[in-house]
Design a protein around this ligand. Structure first.
Ligand code: SAM
Length: 285
């Protein structure tokens, strides 16, 4: 069964009385070359386990099962798990869990399903929850080696943006703290059925063993990052003082301690700058 073939897709969907469901972000891959490239470049080794999110019809799952020791997939849509019972019936290293990934205890699932195996995430993510899923995976403390995902091109640009550029946002340093991000390749909208409105890109996040910065108060650093980007048009000192209730004098003094202009906006600061700034603010609290 060739799952990238449109007629095959339509016939397996009709067998279970299903159609691509917008509310679950169902855009199925119809390019064999892209499916193979994602599986091949996800960063895992043959003996590793793979956690897939949103297997859909099983197109990527089948490729992953052929290359890696064990694949566990979390799928929210019961109709898709019915399809998977047909399309994955010959894959004895595949397990599907009918669950919402946003309501899943990821660390527990990984430990129950994979034990001591090395685990990489490989997925074509549903677009409506791209950023929350990425943050849930990175913050899960599940011990992943890599998180390789297909996402909207615009989100990929955010995750790989440099400070001072328009794409740089709160998620950029938050992801950089936990992973080294590499953009692998672009995937045009025509590689999906139905075709989404935007192009996609595949990124690989290699999870860091130790973060690149070591602020004394990690929570405070992330609060400062979020506050700075909540009010992008304001200076960082104004944004941090109005969101976090820290006086402007304290923030400006701390910026001065770091040799940073008091009129700076958050989008100009690197993760390293945010770490130094949070230590300087902590010293003054
Ligand atoms: N992997 C398939 C492919 O590449 O052709 C399908 C990818 S499709 C973009 C996204 C998949 O994620 C769909 O199968 C959808 O039902 C599933 N999904 C959507 N929201 C989900 C959630 N909260 N938890 C788990 N799976 C979800």
């Amino acid at each position: 069964m060739k799952l990238t073939d449109l007629n095959t897709i339509k016939s397996v969907l009709s067998e279970v009385g299903a159609a691509p469901d917008k509310k679950f972000g169902q855009n199925f891959l119809i390019s064999e070359r892209v499916v193979a490239a994602i599986a091949e470049n996800c960063g895992a080794s043959a003996e590793d386990g793979i956690l897939e999110i949103g297997p859909g019809l099983g197109t990527l799952s089948r490729e992953l099962c052929g290359r890696y020791a064990k694949v566990v997939a979390v799928e929210i849509d019961g109709k898709m798990t019915d399809v998977l019972a047909l399309t994955m019936k010959d894959a004895d290293n595949f397990t599907v869990i009918n669950q919402d990934i946003m309501k899943t205890d990821i660390k527990r699932l990984v430990s129950e399903q994979f034990g001591e195996m090395n685990v990489t995430v490989c997925a074509n993510l549903p677009y409506y929850i791209t950023s929350p899923v990425i943050m849930a995976l990175l913050e899960s403390d599940a011990g992943f080696d890599n998180v390789t995902v297909m996402i909207q091109k615009e989100v990929a640009a955010r995750l790989t943006a440099k400070p001072g550029t328009p794409d740089y946002g709160a998620i950029t340093p938050a992801v950089e703290y936990r992973a080294e991000v590499k953009r692998l390749f672009t995937v045009p909208a025509g590689c999906f059925y139905p075709a989404p409105k935007v192009d996609s890109a595949v990124i690989r996040m290699k999870i860091r063993k130790t973060p690149p910065v070591d602020p004394r108060d990690k929570e405070l650093m992330f609060e400062i990052i979020h506050a700075s980007f909540m009010m992008r048009r304001k200076t960082l000192s104004n944004a941090v003082s109005s969101v976090l209730g820290i006086s402007r004098d304290t923030v400006c003094g701390a910026l001065n301690d770091c040799g940073i202009d008091a009129a700076v906006r958050g989008e100009a600061l690197s993760l390293y700058d945010f770490s130094r700034l949070s230590d300087a603010i902590k010293d003054r609290l």
